[in-house]
Write a protein that binds this ligand. Structure first.
Ligand code: NAD
Ligand code: MLT
Length: 311
């Protein structure tokens, strides 16, 4: 069984794959599409995180591929319809990084409300400036959680502990579930119009691409703050940069981008009221171990003809 690991995944997952009967595991990261097409030709299982793009062209070259394992939640870097057409199973690891992503989102929320990176930078630049960094409390503020799945729910629970009012928008959120969580069941318009902070936790799909765009920003409260630790593309980054420059949006904390790595001339980089991290939501020791083990286990089951859970 030839298994190719094309992105950095935890050694715990790699060991699980190596321990499968008759497995040959190759780890080769940072490949171009052409290199991947060559490397994948004789491969039965491919493991990736979000960096490797598994395109229709790659799948065309993968004559023996049975399964693609994604060590994480989002499968938007994989052409799932093309894989399905070729009978290739796509397996993800949906639970292992939930808490890490929720904690990163919460770190971003607090960072945003208290200008922590900007204040840190100013001290390092030799200033003792207390006037420029007056923050706002979270207590008593309204947080809109757009997408109340695994991560959105964990963020909502933490926000409640901080004394925030939480409004949840999700087509699958029921009144009963909202009540159980102690949050307000809202429409998209109600949530974005009432919020002081807005955080997105949906997958990137046709419906969620540019969910927060110029029209949405116009309807928000003046001084709203925005967080995206879900997927680049859910927010229209150009519209966000314009809303920040105009002062409509007071701040944004962004972990994921339409293009990763982001180009050096990206409009958000030049703005002071923005906190940026390089897709770190799942980058904890715990989450990386969890997702690598989970996905390696399921891929192993599939390769051995045993029951498995897929995306
Ligand atoms: P999930 O499937 O548990 O939750 C997603 C929720 O979004 C679901 O409840 C779904 O009903 C809802 N949704 C779908 N379309 C919607 C729409 N149009 N409007 C409102 N809600 C909608 O997924 P999750 O594990 O909570 O992950 C959420 C997102 O976070 C994914 O995009 C995932 O890839 C991303 N993520 C990012 C990181 C990171 O490193 N930054 C880490 C983990 C997950
Ligand atoms: C995910 O979808 O799980 C995250 O983006 C994290 C990752 O890619 O590692």
């Amino acid at each position: 069984m030839k298994i190719l690991v094309a992105d950095d995944i935890s050694q715990f997952g790699i060991e699980k794959l190596q321990n499968l009967p008759d497995s040959q595991v190759r780890v080769r990261t940072g490949m171009s599409e052409a290199e991947l097409m060559e490397e994948i030709a004789d491969t039965e299982a491919l493991l990736v995180r979000s960096q490797t793009k598994v395109t229709a062209a790659v799948l065309e070259a993968a004559k023996h591929l049975k399964v693609i394992g994604r060590a994480g939640v989002g499968v938007d870097n994989i052409d799932v319809p093309a894989a399905t057409r070729r009978g290739i199973v796509v397996i993800n690891a949906p639970d292992g990084n939930t808490i890490s992503a929720a904690e990163h989102t919460f770190a971003m929320l607090i960072t945003l409300s208290r200008h922590i990176p900007q204040a840190d930078r100013s001290i390092r630049e030799g200033r003792w400036d207390r006037k420029s960094f007056v923050g706002v409390e979270l207590r008593g503020k309204t947080l809109a959680v757009l997408g109340t799945g695994r991560i959105g729910t964990e963020v909502a629970k933490r926000a409640k502990v901080f004394g925030m009012t939480v409004m949840g928008y999700d087509p699958y959120l029921t009144e009963a579930r909202a009540k159980e969580l102690g949050i307000i069941h809202a429409t998209f318009d109600e949530a974005i119009e009432a919020a002081d902070f807005i955080t997105v936790h949906t997958p990137l799909t046709k419906e969620t691409r540019h969910l927060l765009n110029a029209q949405a920003f116009a309807r928000m409260k003046d001084g709203v703050r925005i967080i995206n630790c879900a997927r680049g593309g859910i927010i229209d980054e150009e519209a966000l940069a314009e809303a920040l420059q105009a002062g409509k949006v007071a701040g944004a904390a962004i972990d994921v981008f339409e293009q990763e790595p982001i180009p050096a001339d990206h409009p958000l980089i030049a703005l002071k009221n923005v906190v940026l991290t390089p897709h770190l939501g799942a980058s904890t020791v715990e989450a990386q171990e969890n997702v690598a083990i989970d996905v390696a286990e399921q891929v192993g089951y599939l390769l051995q003809g045993l029951p498995f859970k897929n995306a």
